[in-house]
Design a protein around this ligand. Structure first.
Ligand code: 4AD
Ligand code: MG
Length: 430
């Protein structure tokens, strides 16, 4: 007999099969009872009829509880009214474990309670769908770069230097010296791009974000491509091609999940190239026109990002930023030295910045001056400065935050539901 998954049940209509899973729900109507089984690939209604099973199996209805683990033997049959179009006529049930009273019931629970039970909450329908989409976003990201000639080169997690400012560094004891958890793999990708041409890294990054917002985690995953012989314009070409690919991939491969999440997919269907490109100052004009409380020269806050993105039906790329509010490594605009050749991509529908990147400074003397201007110690950057001594070239790259991207694609308001086990200022468990 075949042991199969719920997802593949349709291929076994009228053949006896076994399903391994957990009890999602139980429902009784006298001489028939229903067991809704979940196995990680889907849900199926298993129908238990009095005279079709042994009396021992029939009375299991009174023993089984939500989340008990069972093997169900039965015959799948087409049932247009059932989810997935199939139900299972039960022949036998084997119990592996009777679950104690399960804390997450169909009634409403508060977010704090659910987050405390995150290890169980991921079994629930919506959370399960979000994490399935996350899987596809990551797969599509890897596929996109692999198919376009990029080499995966992993950046380290322990680093001696800061990348994205010193205010949100996580310091760790590293034997007898200080080390930090990486904020971004970028600097190592710059070294890698000089060795391989086009590279990317994908891994967790860390920031001691003290702000408690819907968009910030202290541990988040970033995918970071870097390209040698690439300027800001070409960098934006890559960013829009990549984001279009990921969104279109999810539309095709996450239909069921997006439906479960009640996502308005017509909004995602519009995510097609070209994406609008506006300068920081053009974005600031939008804010002024809309009467936002915004000071030109400062960074955009969450509300500002929403106001800007509302103007467009697809992601918008904001480029040429005041150099003062951007990182030390950004190249200045040859037309205006007050501007940095950085680019942020803002997702539509108020999901905020999903990409940060830009063209890097390739000149040794300018770069060392910038490091000093930013009050950063030069010594841990010696290796990075070397890249400007041995065949330096124009190069660019960007980083996309996986969780914010998943939140946008799923239409999930809070980023903490887009990572299996979120880490925030107040949460390091479970
Ligand atoms: O804009 P950021 O800080 O850019 C960098 O780190 C560059 N060094 C990347 C590069 O050029 N290789 O971060 C990039 C993206 C943001 O746009 C956002 O999507 C995400 O990382 N991000 C966060 N996501 C969740 N929680 C946080 N605390 C985040 N901080 C940044
Ligand atoms: Mg940024």
């Amino acid at each position: 007999m075949n042991t199969v998954t719920i997802q593949s049940l349709k291929d076994y209509v009228d053949q006896e099969v076994q399903l391994n899973g957990w009890v999602y729900h139980l429902r009784s109507v006298g001489k028939i009872w229903f067991l809704i089984l979940r196995d990680g690939t889907g849900l199926v209604q298993c129908v238990v009829v009095n005279n079709e099973v042994s009396p021992d199996v029939f009375q299991l209805e009174h023993q089984l509880t939500q989340e008990s683990s069972v093997t169900v033997t039965g015959i799948p049959r087409l049932e247009p009214r059932a989810v997935g179009g199939v139900e299972l006529g039960v022949r036998d049930i084997t119990i592996h474990h009777i679950a104690e009273e399960y804390p997450i019931t169909p009634k409403e629970h508060g977010t704090a309670f659910l987050m405390d039970h995150r290890h169980l909450w991921i079994r629930s329908k919506l959370q399960h769908a979000i994490l399935k989409v996350r899987h596809q976003v990551i797969k599509a990201s890897r596929d996109f770069f692999d198919q376009n000639g990029f080499t995966l080169v992993d950046s380290p997690i322990f680093t001696a230097n800061a990348v994205e400012g010193t205010t949100n560094l996580f310091k760790v004891d590293y034997f007898d010296q200080n080390a930090y958890l990486t904020q971004s793999g970028q600097l190592y990708q710059e070294a890698a791009a000089m060795a391989f041409g086009k590279t990317y890294c994908f891994g967790p990054t860390f920031r001691a974000e003290k702000s408690k917002t819907r968009r910030h985690l202290t541990e988040f995953w970033m995918i970071e491509p870097e390209m040698a012989y690439c300027d800001l314009e070409e960098n934006m070409d890559w960013a829009e091609r990549y984001v279009e690919y990921v969104v279109q991939w999810c539309l095709e491969h996450c239909q069921q999940e997006l439906q479960t999440l009640e996502r308005d997919t017509t909004k995602l269907e519009k995510v097609q190239r070209p994406f609008p490109r506006i300068t920081y100052h053009e974005a600031a004009d939008i804010l002024r026109r809309k009467g936002a409380d915004f000071e030109v020269g400062s960074d955009f806050g969450g509300t500002d990002e929403t106001l800007i993105s509302e103007e467009f039906d697809r992601p918008v790329m904001v480029h040429r930023w005041p150099a003062d509010i951007k990182a030390f490594y950004m190249k200045r605009d040859p037309q205006n030295s007050e501007l940095a050749l950085g680019v942020d991509m803002l997702a539509p529908e108020g999901y905020g910045e999903i990409i940060g990147g830009g063209q890097r400074e390739e000149d040794f003397d300018i770069l060392i001056k910038r490091i000093r201007d930013h009050d950063l110690p030069v010594k841990p950057f010696q290796w990075y400065l070397d890249l400007r001594k041995y065949g330096s070239v124009p190069h660019s790259g960007f980083g996309l935050g996986i969780e914010r991207t998943v939140a946008w694609i799923c239409g999930t308001k809070h980023i903490r539901e887009t990572i299996p086990f979120p880490r925030t200022i107040y949460r390091i468990e479970p």
